[in-house]
Design a protein around this ligand. Structure first.
Ligand SMILES: NC(=O)c1ccc[n+]([C@@H]2O[C@H](COP(=O)([O-])OP(=O)(O)OC[C@H]3O[C@@H](n4cnc5c(N)ncnc54)[C@H](OP(=O)(O)O)[C@@H]3O)[C@@H](O)[C@H]2O)c1
Length: 253
């Protein structure tokens, strides 16, 4: 049956770019399970290669996780790569958002990523890799994007600890931290008000295809943290040197 990669959030943006990058890489697994809710998009992607297996699942729910769990049990694949890319954010102050949206963000960005990792690890062997897509939002609390930034801090912390847990098994874990990337993300985060980033974020916005390729390379080098782009690397260094309170005061007043 050969090696299998699993990519969540594969119907658009960075997840889709990961699938394309895998297909173009010299080291493409024999099978790529791609998953998201929009099956029409996944089926369109499956036209790119017979290696692609589209799986419709809302992984923000336990029923969606069960779909993947059952597929793993049925097929017992040899998983060489898990890319936890599905994620979402909702901009606006906490008090102005529907509480259900808060739990939706946490369920997808934190719970699904963690539970899916736990479900997939038993199907991995030495040399396998996990890529968890975090964000540079993890480095600084973000008023107005509070839950999202906190959820990405969780992803970084989770990935770092998991990398230690899996070291003896020879399985690597890479937390990928991009800054703004041009995808559907911002439109969804602003409820369709702004499809593009504004201000300095617009200037810094990265290309999803380049990010995906660079992230695969970082994972192949077993990097535990991969911060993408010079400006984001600088932000990372500053966030390590400066007290959080002072940074918040400078950025948000
Ligand atoms: N774009 C950025 O500026 C940026 C920056 C840093 C980090 N990131 C992170 O990068 C990752 C990918 O985001 P993106 O920019 O590619 O955004 P995107 O284009 O909106 O893609 C999000 C993906 O997640 C899937 N998804 C959303 N809710 C889901 C659910 N309940 N169950 C299953 N799949 C679900 C979506 O597919 P369906 O809607 O078809 O289900 C889609 O494939 C996220 O973790 C995000 O936090 C993005």
């Amino acid at each position: 049956m050969g090696k299998t990669a699993i990519v969540t959030g594969a119907s658009s943006g960075i997840g889709k770019a990961f699938v394309k990058a895998l297909l173009e890489s010299g080291d493409c697994p024999d099978t790529i399970w791609i998953t998201a809710r929009r099956m029409d998009r996944l089926e369109k992607m499956a036209e790119l290669s017979s290696k692609i297996v589209p799986i419709k699942a809302d992984i923000g729910s336990s029923e969606g996780i069960d779909i993947l769990k059952n597929k793993l049990k049925e097929q017992t694949p040899d998983v060489s790569l898990l890319i936890n890319c599905a994620g979402m954010g909702k901009r606006g102050n906490i008090a102005d958002r529907d509480p259900s949206e808060i739990s939706d963000v946490i369920s997808l960005n934190c719970t699904a990523l963690s539970v899916l990792s736990a479900e997939v690890i038993p199907y991995m062997s030495e040399g396998a890799a996990i890529i968890n897509v975090a964000s540079t939002a993890a480095f600084l609390p973000q008023p107005g994007f509070t839950v999202y930034a906190a959820s990405k801090s969780y992803v970084v912390s989770f990935s770092r600890a998991l990398a230690c847990e899996l070291k003896s098994k020879g399985i690597s874990v890479t937390a990928v931290c991009p800054g703004p990337v041009n995808t559907e993300f911002n439109s969804l985060a602003t409820d369709g008000k702004s499809a593009e980033f504004k201000g300095f974020r617009k200037l810094l916005a990265a290309d999803a295809d380049k990010l995906a390729k660079a992230s695969l390379k970082a994972a192949s080098h077993k990097r535990r943290m991969f911060v993408y782009g010079f400006s984001q690397k600088a932000l990372h260094v500053v966030s390590k040197l400066m007290p959080v309170g002072l940074m918040l005061k400078i950025v948000y007043g």
